[in-house]
Design a protein around this ligand. Structure first.
Ligand code: ZN
Ligand code: CU
Length: 545
């Protein structure tokens, strides 16, 4: 007797091969049979006629580190068909927390989410996450910026030998706790204060533990090619796989660099290196408001940043740097100007959320940069923006590169509660259905089978998840059931908190978290650890059909 039998569905199995009609039989948390299943005795039978079933989507690039603790239902992700979230990206993870960061993070999460921080170590955070439960599985990465700040604060210099050794020890701890690798955010303070040699020495620890290197590279606009070369060089010098996060060419002047960027990845692989990337299907990015400023402004951390922002001389220097485009990765002149910046989270100025900075500056009767700095000050550094800086044709080009996987670059959120207060990038709600509906089905940029492969089988291979990402006997029963014709994202830049249409069912470790399009309260997700161990996951006594 099966626990669940899906009959006569169109199966896209995650390998990239053409869809086929089959039954899928599930026992416990595992797929038992795929094909013509002889026994139809099951606790729950689902007629799959007219529906497509694929492996649950693996979101390779997220920032759900804290939001899963706030709302373990992971609403915005489950409604897209996501069953696994990769956290700890862009150099930032929730642990290890150093003496300087701990009180700051503690106060911020208390104020922002009412969340109590009771961990300091990476293992401590994972235990907290497992105890709190989650609708989706979680793959953790340790962040270089977090590790660096734990050892050196926001010092803008090279580490001493003993500081380097302490960073290596913290990374070794995280790897021992089950982290899949190290991430860097080389445009963000304090990660941007590190040189390539530092990254190489730290990544050696990851290599020894069998992990990999994930990087938000040092530039995504003028210096995008050099930055990608740096990431590839780290992989070559250390001998680890490299994942280049959210591939893009930002700023009009750099759009034409896209073929060269993709070529760098191809050539690295042709030379025996293992380099892959990921992307989200939009022409805008998103980041913190403070990240628009040159890196030197953040030296010394928040305690130094705020007084600095009040200093007229500092403001003049910031203006010069931005006008001269010295901060390579973002330059208002190179993108769409201040009208290309949309405020997405300004808790103390709720009425600004969703408006462009040019508009807000006009409302305040201020010049845009002055308005930006004043808002950042009033928000105490805690504000986010959406940046319109990419080109649609390049987005499609990047999607066509076969080594590119899908990652939303968004934290799991929800339209209600504390998470519903911001005005996020629509990728938080739309990434996966948008790739499948708009780009694969409607525009034919890649096939639906290929698109699903890049969000399941390929991603599981990348992470070394041996029993996920395919609809095959013996694999964990993480599945998404959808209506391929109705599948569509609905979230927009103006109205972001909208679930997609067409996702009928989502199953995590054999349990429904979404059924007939309706949300169920189950929390069957597990914290996945490198080398195929796992923590937590509710063992349900009775999975009520
Ligand atoms: Zn990033
Ligand atoms: Cu990111």
């Amino acid at each position: 007797m099966w626990d669940l039998l899906v009959q006569r569905a169109r199966v896209v199995d995650g390998s990239g091969t053409p869809a086929f009609l089959a039954d899928i039989a599930i026992r416990g948390d595992t797929i038992a049979e795929v094909g013509q299943v002889a026994s139809t005795e099951a606790r729950l039978r689902i007629d799959g006629a007219g529906l497509t079933v694929g492996p649950g989507f693996i979101d390779l690039h997220t920032h759900s580190d804290y939001t899963l603790l706030v709302n373990p239902l992971a609403e915005s992700k489950v409604h897209q068909g996501v069953t696994t979230e990769v956290i700890g990206n862009c150099g930032t993870s929730p642990a290890p927390l150093g003496d300087e960061a701990y009180p700051i993070i503690r106060a911020r999460l208390e104020e922002q989410y009412g969340l109590e921080v009771n961990w300091r170590t990476f293992a401590g955070y994972l235990e907290r996450l497992a105890a709190s439960g989650s609708a989706v599985n979680v793959v953790p990465i340790v962040g270089h910026g977090t590790v660096r700040s734990a050892v050196m604060g926001y010092a803008r210099r090279q580490p001493s030998a003993s500081e380097l050794a302490r960073m290596q020890a913290l990374i070794a701890d995280a790897m021992a706790a089950g982290a899949f690798g190290l991430s860097t955010g080389l445009v963000y303070a304090p990660g941007c204060y590190a040189d390539t040699d530092e990254i190489v020495e730290l990544t050696r620890v990851v290599k020894d533990a069998g992990g990999m290197y994930f990087s938000h590279i040092r530039g995504e606009s003028d210096a995008v090619l050099e930055a990608a070369q740096e990431a590839i060089a780290v992989g070559e010098r250390v001998g680890v796989p490299v994942q280049i996060s959210h591939l893009k060419t930002a700023g009009r002047a750099n759009w034409e660099k896209t073929p060269a960027l993709l070529d760098l990845i191809d050539r690295a692989n042709a030379h025996g290196l293992d380099v892959t990337g990921d992307m989200y299907p939009y022409t805008a990015g998103a980041t913190s408001l403070g990240a628009l400023l040159p890196p030197w402004v953040h030296e010394g951390g928040l305690a130094k940043l705020l007084p600095r922002l009040r200093d007229p001389q500092v403001r003049t220097r910031i203006r010069q740097d931005i006008e001269q485009g010295l901060d390579d990765w973002w330059n208002p002149a190179g993108a769409a100007g201040w009208s290309g910046v949309q405020l997405s989270r300004t808790p103390k100025h709720q009425s600004y959320q969703g408006l462009r900075l040019s508009h807000v500056a006009a409302l305040r009767q201020q010049e845009p940069l002055e308005a930006t700095l004043d808002i950042l000050l009033a928000e105490e550094g805690n504000a986010s923006v959406v940046l319109f800086m990419m080109d649609e044709a390049q987005v499609r080009r990047i999607l066509q590169q076969g080594r590119v996987m899908i990652g939303s670059d968004a934290g799991a959120t929800a339209p209600y509660g504390v998470l519903g207060r911001g005005h996020p990038h629509p990728r938080a709600y739309g990434t996966f259905p948008r790739v499948l509906g708009t780009y694969a089905r409607d525009l034919g940029v890649i096939s639906v089978e290929e698109a699903i492969h890049r969000m399941t089988g390929l991603t599981a291979w990348r992470l070394g998840l041996a029993d996920r990402g395919l609809v095959r006997p013996g694999y964990k029963a993480d599945l998404v059931i959808f209506d391929a014709q109705r599948l569509a994202d609905r979230a927009t830049y103006d109205t972001p908190h909208l679930y997609p249409t067409g996702i009928q069912g989502v199953i995590v470790n054999g349990q429904f978290v979404l059924r007939n399009g309706e949300r169920l309260p189950a929390l069957p997700g597990r914290v996945l650890l490198r080398n195929n161990h796992a923590l937590g996951g509710q063992i349900s006594a009775d999975q009520e059909p």
